[in-house]
Design a protein around this ligand. Structure first.
Ligand SMILES: [Fe+2]
Ligand SMILES: [Fe+2]
Length: 167
């Protein structure tokens, strides 16, 4: 009955994990945009929401290459990261540190995605799934670019306002 699981199974399970995660992120980004105080922050979150739609489509193409229906698998890691973000929104509402907190939460999300896409891309390569490699790489590059924008945004705007300028 129980056959041994392979790297292909792991690839599909992890694909389902990030598919679930992207859909949760898609729902969270407009909330983060509403909460952000800076215009750049709002615009950045909304822009990444648009990118996320494209990423979900690419994931659906990867499912297609595997001839599997696109299906998510509950990812407790992203739920936890997003729950922390909501906590920040509530606890820092109306404070000068809010945007710094939002950017930090968003970066935790990006780092999770970067970890997942890096792994999936490597596995797709090992499994000889050439088209999947480029689709996953496209998502990976967008997450890396978003992470870099968040770093710049944090340094330029949110953090100085939120910091108790020491010195
Ligand atoms: Fe994403
Ligand atoms: Fe992202």
């Amino acid at each position: 009955m129980s056959s041994e699981k392979t790297l292909s199974d792991l690839f599909l399970d992890t694909l389902k994990d990030i598919y679930f995660a992207e859909k949760q992120i898609l729902k969270a980004l407009p909330k983060m945009a509403r909460a952000a105080q800076s215009e750049e922050g709002k615009a950045g979150f909304l822009q990444h929401r648009e990118e996320t739609l494209g990423q979900i489509e690419r994931l659906e193409q990867v499912f297609g290459l595997l001839e599997k229906p696109p299906r998510g698998k509950t990812c407790e890691a992203i739920q936890g990261i997003l729950a922390e973000g909501e906590e920040i929104m509530e606890e820092y509402k109306g404070t000068s540190a809010l945007d710094a907190g939002l950017i930090a939460s968003a970066q935790a999300v990006e780092h999770y995605e970067i970890a997942r896409y890096g792994t999936l891309k490597a596995w797709a390569k090992q499994l000889g799934l050439k088209e999947a490699v480029s689709l996953l790489d496209a998502n990976l590059q967008e997450e890396i670019a978003t992470d870099e924008k968040l770093t710049a945004l944090g340094e330029a705007t949110a953090n100085p306002k939120g910091a108790n300028k020491a010195k």
